[in-house]
Design a protein around this ligand. Structure first.
Ligand code: PRP
Ligand code: ZN
Length: 293
């Protein structure tokens, strides 16, 4: 039986769960999730959202049980679905759930660096990524595999160090640990199955991927409008953060123009003060709700 609804796998619980659903909502998918629902039917598009464990997402997408997935690069790489996997396309980093896999030791550790962990034990839930990192440095250490609560290992004298995800750093701090090395940088990414799709579903998948691209690109962008003397134009354009060529509109007043630009980077008060000092007036900064390039 061919399916007539696209399936996208997202994490049910954890660091990606809320972000994934809110991203899909911003891409126009109408869903009202209840806590216990594992399959969410999108009302306004032929899409079902499957909520699963993050470690299962890549495998589901690889064998075509789901066409799309949102997963952390860390999970993807650890499960052996990194770059150039024959069954999965890594489409676009989503700019959310940024974190890093780091090696951390007790605060009191006074080694000079990672080399001092040679012959020691390192506890982790990411044995593959850790091994790859140690091998690349020619460092021999024993990897103690744990499925969670890795940060207690040094206190229990199970290991001299840990290799775990760090996002805010609060967990390390709470457990008296300090990071000494970054093993892998991660963020959430959209993945797509390489299995062939019926044309109608392929169209839905492409539309959704494009919308997600737009949502990610719009994140943090602002629209700036201001008036300026024509001869200050070059200086003002240079001050606009992350803007391409702005739109310049002549004003009824001689030698005055209006400048409109999409800014891809943060617009701070300092930016506005700089623009003002360069001769700009009536400066407006407005958020952009949607953008399609
Ligand atoms: C990771 C990691 C730490 C925490 C770090 O766990 O194992 O416990 O996040 O985050 P912080 O630097 O902001 O304190 P995760 O939330 O992925 O859950 P899990 O270990 O149960 O998979
Ligand atoms: Zn997990």
């Amino acid at each position: 039986m061919t399916r007539d609804r696209l399936r996208i796998a997202v994490q049910k619980k954890g660091r990606l769960a809320d972000g994934s659903l809110s991203l899909l909502a911003r891409a126009g998918l109408n869903v009202k999730p209840r806590d216990d629902e594992l399959l969410l039917r999108v009302k306004n598009l032929p899409i079902d959202i499957l909520r699963v464990r993050d470690d299962d997402i890549a495998a589901f997408v690889a064998d075509g049980a789901c066409e799309l997935g949102i997963v952390g690069l860390n999970t993807l790489a650890e499960d052996g679905y990194g770059e150039d996997h024959p069954e999965i396309d890594i489409l676009a980093p989503l700019g959310v759930a940024r974190c890093a896999l780091k090696i951390a030791v007790p605060e009191s550790w006074n080694g000079a660096g990672i080399g001092d962990l040679a012959g020691k034990r390192i506890a982790t839930s990411y044995p593959r990524l850790l091994k790859r990192f140690l091998d690349a440095r020619g460092l021999e250490a024993s990897i103690i595999e744990m499925t969670g609560s890795v940060e207690v290992a040094p206190r229990l004298q199970l290991a001299a160090a840990i290799c775990d995800l760090v996002s805010t750093g609060a967990t390390l701090e709470a457990n008296g640990l300090k990071a000494i090395e970054t093993v892998f940088e991660s963020e959430a990414t959209l993945i797509r199955s390489r299995c062939a799709l019926p044309p109608a579903l392929d169209d839905v998948a492409q539309r959704l991927a494009r919308r997600i691209d737009s949502v990610v690109a719009t994140e943090g962008t602002k629209y700036i409008m201001l008036n300026a003397p024509r001869d200050a134009l070059a200086q003002i354009t240079a001050l606009l953060p992350g803007a391409g060529a702005p739109t310049v509109i002549p004003l009824a007043r001689e030698n005055q123009v209006a400048v409109h630009a999409v800014c891809q980077e943060s617009v701070f008060w300092e930016t506005l003060e700089g623009l003002k000092a360069a001769g700009a007036s009536a400066i407006l900064v407005v958020p952009i709700e949607k953008m399609m390039l």
